[in-house]
Design a protein around this ligand. Structure first.
Ligand SMILES: [Zn+2]
Length: 247
């Protein structure tokens, strides 16, 4: 009887533990910005903005911290939302954003780049992102790279890689080896999604090939973050591969 009781208690503890791992701490920055803490070094920023034809859209970005320094991946859609986010990072995380990398040229990635440029934050992007942004009169990232770029945040590494067109012609992925986090952005679709979403600027032929490359290269990712919706594990890429392979 005692053994059984012990077993039951142990079971309850285990269930609680696994449940706790799914419960990430959240911070409300404003009505339109929410932060989800993945761990002490990585926070997802979720911001809401109106997009014509789509309504109120939630978009994901990432904040990576190391010793009071921060890297920002994607901005919210506007300068004023980006300012709110930046103010929160400095006041609540006590970190200084020193570099920025957008996933591609859309508003949900570089919508606040003009504000970041005004703060003289170093920005790095796929050179195709710079070219498209220039042609559309959008704010331009300072530095371009061709296939991949390794950046440092203090003693930690950040890998930016362009593996081909998908959601956009210039979409890249970000790999944080110390956290095993892949910020895949809008090319990756959350598990609940039934289609590829906004494909107005997509390359639907290249899409599955690009996702396959990402999947093969980052199979050991523990967390995969899509551009919109819930993050998860590698199943997000597998789901996206299925969606993009449908003819
Ligand atoms: Zn997007």
């Amino acid at each position: 009887m005692k053994k059984l009781l012990l077993l039951i208690i142990l079971e309850i503890c285990l269930v609680k533990l696994s449940f706790a791992q799914n419960q990430y701490q959240k911070f409300q920055v404003s009505e339109d910005i929410e932060i989800i803490k993945i761990n002490d070094n990585a926070y997802v920023h979720v911001s809401y903005a109106e997009v014509s034809g789509w309504g109120r859209v939630a978009s994901n970005g990432l904040i990576y911290l190391n010793n009071g320094e921060a890297a920002l991946f994607d901005t919210p859609m506007t300068d004023s939302l980006t300012k709110d986010l930046m103010d929160w990072i400095s006041s609540k995380l006590k970190a200084k954003v020193t570099l920025f990398v957008p996933n591609h040229w859309h508003r949900d990635c570089i919508g606040g780049l003009a504000y970041l440029n005004s703060l003289r934050i170093e920005s790095y992007a796929n050179e195709i992102t710079g070219e498209i942004a220039k042609s559309k009169n959008l704010p331009i990232p300072a530095h371009g790279f061709r296939d991949s770029l390794a950046l440092s945040l203090g003693d930690k590494k950040i890998f930016c890689e362009f593996l081909g067109a998908a959601h956009a012609l210039d979409n890249i992925v970000i790999w944080l080896p110390s956290e095993k986090i892949l910020f895949a952005g809008c090319m990756a679709k959350e598990v609940g999604s039934k289609n590829l979403g906004n494909t107005a600027d997509a390359d639907l032929t290249a899409y599955p090939e690009t996702i396959k490359k990402v999947l093969n290269k980052y199979r050991n990712a523990e967390i995969v973050i899509p551009g919109h919706g819930e993050f998860g594990g590698i199943e997000i890429l597998k789901h996206t591969l299925e969606l993009s392979s449908k003819k």
